[in-house]
Design a protein. Structure first.
Length: 313
């Protein structure tokens, strides 16, 4: 049942993360001069107005979205040239290789101070593409030493590495970088060993008990995670963030004396939910695309063959 839920959520997140916004017609916007309209200034296309040949006093500038805006210096009317609108890349405000973020997850060290008996620490690196798609790689160390209250055994897992690979999707990709809300997927693997010592066995017939040890066993586990988190900038390149994880075991090796209680990078076997508290440092790779309107638009570029800037009044 847990595997079915995981694959359903994975399918939905994949569709959400890799679908682009449908192309849309540019709607009119208000400017100080008058209403700006998106029009086709191709003189061979008579389905749109105005006719460039009848507007000899056009000058142009680029608005904040990079659109070419033509201004009739006589009437003050402004028009966006729809033939030059970048439909494909309109959603990408930030450059392709935007930034690299290095993070440290200190959730387990903090929780061990409050009595948690497993976990150590992990670090990760993330490449931001368009501030939207964020492939990520994690590496960490896990360890456990646990004796349950009133229990009759001691569980021990030596320090072992784990590795995760996946990607995040920033739902606020076209907003400010001061905060992010993201969802992500991970696939993790870990090779480790564990043992169970001081197992108390009762003998009701003789009314006695004795102790036994289960020898060390090697295990290899692969698991999947679905992540939902936030990132908040606190000072320049430094950020903090929370994340909540739903995970499930996808495959594991068989052990002769039973399954492991703790899995590095996953947590305790009986819990499907865990968390992360990340301290992050970001290294910028590119600059955000910005556009500004000049104080005095010029007519150094001809919008079409029908534009005559030397027309005399």
């Amino acid at each position: 049942m847990r595997h079915s839920i995981f694959y359903i959520i994975l399918f939905c997140l994949t569709l959400s993360a890799f679908s682009l916004n449908a192309q849309r017609r540019i709607s009119p916007v208000e400017t100080p001069a008058t209403q700006t309209k998106a029009v086709n200034l191709n003189p061979k296309d008579t389905t749109e107005t105005p006719d460039p040949s009848k507007m000899p006093n056009l000058v142009h500038y680029h608005d904040e979205k990079g659109n070419v805006v033509y201004v009739d210096t006589v009437t003050g009317k402004e028009f966006i040239d729809s033939t030059k609108i970048k439909k494909k890349n309109a959603d990408f405000t930030y450059p392709l290789f935007d930034e690299v973020t290095i993070g440290v997850n200190v959730w387990d060290p903090i929780m061990r101070c409050f009595g948690q008996h497993y976990g150590l620490i992990d670090v990760w690196g993330e490449l931001s593409l368009y501030n939207r798609f964020k492939p990520i790689f994690e590496i960490g160390l896990g360890q456990a030493s646990h004796k349950p209250d009133g229990g009759s055994y001691k569980y021990k897992s030596n320090i072992a590495p784990y590795f995760k690979i996946g990607a995040n999707y920033n739902f606020l990709y076209d907003k400010t970088k001061e905060y992010q809300i993201y969802g992500g997927l991970r696939y993790g693997v870990t090779p480790f060993s564990f043992e169970v010592n001081d197992v108390i066995i009762d003998n009701p017939y003789w009314g006695e008990e004795y102790t036994s040890n289960i020898p060390s066993q090697n295990s290899f586990v692969g698991y999947g995670e679905i992540v939902l988190g936030i990132k908040v900038q606190i000072h320049k390149e430094w950020s903090l963030g929370w994340a909540f994880k739903y995970h499930t075991i996808l495959h594991e090796s068989k052990c002769v004396y039973g399954d492991p209680w703790y899995i590095p990078g996953f947590g305790s076997r009986g819990s499907a939910i865990s968390g992360a508290f990340n301290v992050m440092y970001t290294i910028p790779l590119g600059k955000k695309k910005t556009y500004s309107r000049p104080n005095n638009p010029t007519n150094d570029t001809q919008p079409s063959e029908g534009n005559h800037n030397d027309h005399k009044h």
